[in-house]
Design a binder for this molecule. Structure first.
Ligand code: NAD
Ligand code: SER
Length: 321
């Protein structure tokens, strides 16, 4: 990769990906875009940024025709819980945005990264150690858009030889930007509330297991996959990746090692709980390991130590400001 364009770059993944890519490839080699600029201060501001609604194919084309990236990271999208509130809008952004990204990637011969999700599996998929290739019949509009996106990306690869690659992200945990309306968001909020209130009320039930990953491992995986030797890739869209599987009860116990008086209670949200129950307990990332060397560094213990340290610093700075 030499020149990279990122859509939806001011969200939970984007703000960290932009800074990570600008450190690796140079500030001016990474073009950031988003539908709004309200989180612009969170990215290295010396590099290029423009407002872009990914549904606007003309504006999308205009930016790509002048910047001429070799790779597009297409992050713009609506996450699972927000998508259930506005299914028509979520479908419009998730599908028409991706279709524009694919057409533009085809016209300008760029590689395309597409972020799918554990949501691409459904109640009929095996729940434990869910294989790379198995039945995918999700019951959420978000999951349906992810499966359709995976298929569309594979179609563009086989029909037009477009270099499309992607991963099925688990819930991502990070401390730079808050998550954008997903089912796994509790696993971020719990660290903030543990430090500021010593108490968290979870909207996900105590014994519900979902796959998770710390953001540094997600950033590393995105770059590793896009830099991988294409001749090794048997799969493309999209690879199962995960670093850990835990329940709210497990994170609470880990946090209590450092904040012994932390209390977790529950007020389960039926919508997000039913989404969580339709997803796997744990997925099998072995194809990503074999085909491009996926190797996450953080487990629950290492991530908790780092999250508590980083969120403590952040909340202290905010209190002092
Ligand atoms: P986010 O909600 O934090 O950020 C998405 C960004 O897209 C936001 O900045 C938003 O302004 C932007 N956006 C929304 N509509 C847009 C439009 N019409 N045009 C351009 N930009 C638009 O989400 P995220 O967590 O950063 O996720 C990025 C991608 O990764 C999404 O496709 C998501 O489904 C996928 N993903 C995320 C996770 C996770 O845990 N964060 C897990 C699996 C998959
Ligand atoms: N974290 C995402 C969500 O909960 C998974 O795709 O929507």
């Amino acid at each position: 990769m030499k020149k990279i364009l990122v859509t939806g770059s001011l969200g939970q993944i984007g703000v960290e990906l932009i800074n990570y890519l600008r450190d690796l490839y140079g500030e001016n080699s990474v073009f950031a875009t988003d539908v709004s600029d309200k989180e612009l201060a969170k990215i290295k501001s010396d590099g290029p940024f423009e407002i872009l609604d990914v549904r606007d194919g003309k504006a999308f084309d205009h930016i790509v025709s002048s910047f001429r990236p070799d790779t597009i990271f297409h992050l713009a999208g609506i996450l699972s819980a927000n998508a259930e509130k506005l299914p028509q809008k979520a479908w419009d952004i998730n599908m028409n945005g991706l279709f524009n990204a694919l057409e533009i990637a085809r016209n300008y011969e760029t590689s395309l990264f597409f972020p799918s999700s554990i949501a691409a599996f459904g109640p009929g998929s095996p729940s434990d150690n869910t294989p790379q290739d198995c039945m995918q019949r999700p019951s959420t509009i978000y999951g349906i858009s992810k499966v359709a996106g995976e298929l569309l990306c594979d179609y563009y690869h086989s029909k037009y030889e477009l270099d499309t690659r992607g991963v099925r992200f688990p819930g991502l945990i990070s401390h730079e930007a808050l998550p954008g309306g997903g089912t796994t968001d509790y696993a971020v909020h719990i660290y903030y509330d543990a430090l500021t209130k010593k108490k968290y009320t979870s909207f996900i039930a105590s014994a519900t297991y979902m796959d998770m990953m710390y953001m540094p491992d997600a950033l590393n995986a995105m770059v590793k996959l896009m830099e991988a030797d294409p001749s090794r890739l048997v799969h493309r869209n999209c690879f199962n990746i995960t670093a850990m599987s835990f329940s709210p009860d497990d994170v609470a116990k880990e946090i209590q090692k450092y904040i012994p008086d932390f209390v977790l209670d529950y007020d389960v949200d039926p919508v997000r709980q039913s989404i969580a129950e339709s997803w796997p307990n744990s997925i099998d990332p072995s194809c990503a390991v074999e085909e491009w060397g996926f190797s996450p560094a953080y487990d629950l213990e290492a991530m908790t130590i780092d999250m508590l340290e980083k969120v403590a610093l952040k909340t202290k700075v905010q209190e002092e400001a």
